[in-house]
Write a protein that binds this ligand. Structure first.
Ligand code: ZN
Length: 215
């Protein structure tokens, strides 16, 4: 059944969300807004409202904390996401996962395609699926196209952990959650992750939990 909110223009919805200060509430799995896909951004928010919305996404991502956040995760069905990863990890983890620092970026109307056949499998989590992580085999390198928040064209290759982040966030904009692509036998609580699966790669987890890694 439709609710009145379904018919409210998206700008009104965003104005409403921004009427209180601080981090926005994050929508959890089970809410249809995470599954319905998004509208391409085409000026539905004016420049001032867009910039306030982007700032709210940044504040919410940092407070969580997370390395990316897509508009549907705050209930807004627009094709916009933010990413940022200071990558505070030990050297061996950085090397194994390619987890290099990623400065704050706004992705508007992003889409990606694989660059080469290589896949990389690591544990990842999602702010909309709190408390859990699972291994996802993703393209090791992708070409991301789209725009930035000022409408300037974006066409860039991402590798390592940033490639994982942009795939995860762009998937959100298509109504896909990382669990749709995960090795479900790898599903681990945050407690299990902290106790058992802190190794730089998921090889031991694959052996012990009984799932396959690519390659
Ligand atoms: Zn997510």
């Amino acid at each position: 059944m439709a609710s009145p909110r379904d018919h409210a223009p998206v700008a009104e919805l965003v104005e409403q969300l921004l009427s209180t200060d601080g981090p926005l509430p994050i929508v959890a799995a089970g809410d249809p807004v995470l599954r319905g896909g998004t509208e391409r951004f085409d000026g539905q928010l004016g420049p001032a409202l867009l910039s306030r919305f982007v700032e709210a996404l940044r504040v919410t991502m940092r407070a969580a904390p997370g390395v990316g956040l897509a508009a549907p995760q705050v209930g807004v069905p627009l094709r916009i996401a933010v990413i940022e990863d200071p990558a505070p990890v030990p050297e061996e983890v950085r090397l194994a996962r390619g987890r290099i620092p990623q400065p704050f970026r706004v992705l508007v109307n992003p889409s990606y395609e694989p660059v080469g056949p290589a896949r990389a499998a690591f544990f990842e989590g999602c702010l909309s699926v709190p408390g859990w992580q699972a291994v996802v085999a993703r393209h090791a390198a992708v070409r991301l196209t789209g725009e930035d928040e000022r409408g300037r064209a974006l066409d860039e290759q991402f590798t390592g952990w940033p490639a994982r982040i942009v795939q995860h966030e762009t998937d959100h904009l298509d109504g896909t959650l990382y669990l749709d692509r995960a090795e479900l036998r790898s599903l681990s609580s945050n407690e299990a992750m902290a106790q058992r699966w802190t190794q730089p790669t998921p090889q031991e987890a694959a052996r012990e939990l009984g799932f396959r890694l690519p390659g």
